[in-house]
Design a protein around this ligand. Structure first.
Ligand SMILES: Cc1cc2nc3c(=O)[nH]c(=O)nc-3n(C[C@H](O)[C@H](O)[C@H](O)COP(=O)(O)O)c2cc1C
Length: 149
């Protein structure tokens, strides 16, 4: 069982680099974590995760088709209500991906416990710090939930 599941999509690697920073942050919290590309995520991964972090590049001011397919399909099969989570992504000129990701997480009852982080292309040092802080906060919330179970 993994405490925090990081689900992301990436076409040219920028969101993948952001996911790696988030993963580091979760590990710093002491929680266990795995980062998976969206097409590799299984229903069992979702069922056993205490927290969910979702990342997508910005495509036409929204999220990728693969992430959309996932949130409207597999993710709706699992009750995630009350679990902590957060969103991140990568963009070049507009940030519609982040608001869409957060809306999808909220619509499934996930508690947004950290402000979303959108990286302008690949993360620079400052964005990497914010991505790690996001991961750390979600990791801490997952551990709190674990204690209460
Ligand atoms: C077809 C296409 C559409 C895009 N649309 C947007 C957009 O609407 N807004 C934006 O900020 N960036 C847009 N981008 C830029 C990507 O979001 C940006 O390059 C991002 O860093 C890619 O992340 P990735 O390397 O994880 O795929 C678009 C890129 C492509 C290829």
């Amino acid at each position: 069982m993994t405490d925090v599941l990081i689900i992301y999509d990436s076409n040219t690697g920028n969101t993948e680099k952001a996911a790696a920073e988030v993963l580091e942050g979760v590990k710093e919290s002491g929680a266990s974590a795995v980062a998976k590309k969206v097409e590799d995520v299984t229903e069992a991964d979702l069922r056993t995760a205490l927290a969910v972090i979702l990342g997508s590049p910005c495509l036409h001011d929204s999220i990728t088709g693969r992430i959309l397919y996932f949130v409207e399909g597999l993710m709706r099969n699992v009750s995630l209500s009350g679990r902590p989570g957060a969103a991140f992504g990568s963009y070049k000129w507009s940030g519609g991906n982040l608001s869409r990701l957060e809306a999808e997480l909220k619509s499934q009852g996930i508690r947004l416990v950290a402000p979303g982080v959108n990286s302008l292309r690949a993360p620079n040092a400052e964005t990497a710090r914010k991505l790690r802080a996001l991961g750390q906060t979600v990791g801490e919330e997952a551990l709190k939930l674990k204690k209460d179970l």
